[in-house]
Design a protein around this ligand. Structure first.
Ligand SMILES: NC(=O)c1ccc[n+]([C@@H]2O[C@H](COP(=O)([O-])OP(=O)(O)OC[C@H]3O[C@@H](n4cnc5c(N)ncnc54)[C@H](O)[C@@H]3O)[C@@H](O)[C@H]2O)c1
Length: 362
């Protein structure tokens, strides 16, 4: 029997092709825009030069001070530049940090975003914004920050180092896992999440073996698109709340933290979300990761691709467990298994130890 559901999918135009960076100009035209602010930092800014050369005077300014978790003071400078340059649009080129900075601009100015993602973070498919002030990270949803167009060019991900690709891929897996048991999941988003797990399980090991394989990069980026879409259209549970806290309060790196927690958060929920667990196992098996338990399969995938499975490895300190568990428990994230201090502490301690889950946890 089909359960009741709401399938709420805000529209974004998605262009997915090798070499599609050449489509950024035509896609900007399609949006009716001609004065873009180009946001790009880090090594991926090499592709911003290509966009600037293609678009010429249609790029009116460039913002390259991209910092993870969008510090409020830096976002304010980006908003000022958008206003002073008379931009009518924002091109977000790069990982979730670039997209996040572009979203901060869109939230204040209402300018449309054209996103060109170069990691597997998935922010380009969501209306979720995030900003950090001091040790506090605030997030919210606002349709104005959802990119109007997303150009996925797998060729741009070839330069993403193997280690970052692996952690970022596990970040995408985490979106898919939590989407599968979110109250907002619909029959279609359920299938899309399972397909995303299959694509990432197939692509990420090949990326780990050969980061220059374009076939592997296509599979992984396709899975990342489905993951971002799942994140944007369902809801997230205890895992995302834990990682939000690790990033916002302890300044831990985003994707590696997700990678180090997701197997243990899945283990925590395993007896409370049987349909989701079966879909994870099916997706992993179809992608070539043999397993009978979802948490173990996720852990095996992470180890296979060299992604972190231990929070100690990511820089989390055992002395912070109690405080972090209190923050997460107090937030009461919507989750299949009720979330209390002891439960979160268990997930954090397991993630600190980094040992393969026993499977079938109660
Ligand atoms: N709002 C949302 O829906 C959402 C979703 C996911 C992540 N996020 C946010 O995104 C941020 C994390 O994003 P991320 O994990 O993509 O990190 P990131 O954007 O900081 O990128 C990680 C690293 O990879 C480098 N990089 C990116 N693309 C590259 C390429 N093609 N070649 C070489 N190097 C490259 C970057 O310079 C950076 O050093 C966090 O702030 C997180 O909160 C938001």
């Amino acid at each position: 029997m089909v359960d009741s559901f709401i399938h709420d999918v805000p529209a974004a135009r998605v262009v997915f092709a090798n070499g599609s960076i050449a489509q950024v100009g035509p896609e900007l035209d399609r949006l009716g825009c001609s004065r873009a602010l180009l946001v790009a930092g880090g090594p991926e800014a090499q592709f911003a030069d290509r966009i600037e050369a293609d678009l010429g005077p249609r790029v009116v300014a460039r913002f390259s001070d991209v910092v993870m978790h969008v510090p409020v003071d830096i976002a304010e400078r980006a908003v000022t530049l958008a206003r002073e340059s008379g931009a009518d649009s924002v091109i977000a080129l790069g990982g979730g940090s670039s997209t996040g900075m572009a979203k901060a601009i869109a939230k204040e100015t209402g300018l449309p975003i054209l996103a060109v993602p170069t990691t597997y973070a998935g922010s380009e498919m969501t209306s979720i914004w995030g900003m950090t002030e001091g040790r506090r990270k605030t997030t919210g949803r606002d349709l104005r920050v959802l990119p109007k167009t997303v150009v996925y060019d797998p060729e741009l991900t070839i330069s993403l180092p193997a280690e970052i690709s692996a952690a970022s891929g596990m970040n995408a897996i985490a979106h898919l896992v939590e989407g599968l048991y979110a109250p907002g999941v619909s029959p279609i988003s359920f299938l899309q999440a399972r397909e995303g797990i299959r694509a990432l399980a197939a692509g990420l090991p090949k990326v780990a073996d050969d980061p220059t394989s374009l076939d592997a990069r296509c599979d992984a980026l396709y899975g990342a698109w489905l993951a971002g879409w799942t994140l944007g259209t369902t809801g997230m549970g205890v895992h995302h709340k834990i990682c939000h806290t690790l990033g916002g309060t302890y300044d831990l790196p985003h994707a590696p933290s997700h990678s180090a927690v997701i197997a243990y958060a899945t283990d925590f929920n395993s007896q409370h979300a049987p349909d989701a667990m079966a879909a994870i196992v099916r997706g992993l098996n179809a992608g070539g990761i043999a397993c009978t338990d979802a948490a173990q399969g996720i852990w095996d995938l992470a180890v296979r691709i060299g992604a972190p499975v231990s929070l100690a490895e990511v820089g989390f300190d055992a002395e912070s467990v109690d405080e972090a568990a209190a923050i997460v428990a107090e937030a009461q994230p919507v989750n299949p298994r009720p979330v209390d201090h002891a439960g979160v502490e268990g997930v954090l301690r397991a993630a600190l130890a980094g040992v393969r889950p026993a499977g079938g946890a109660q």
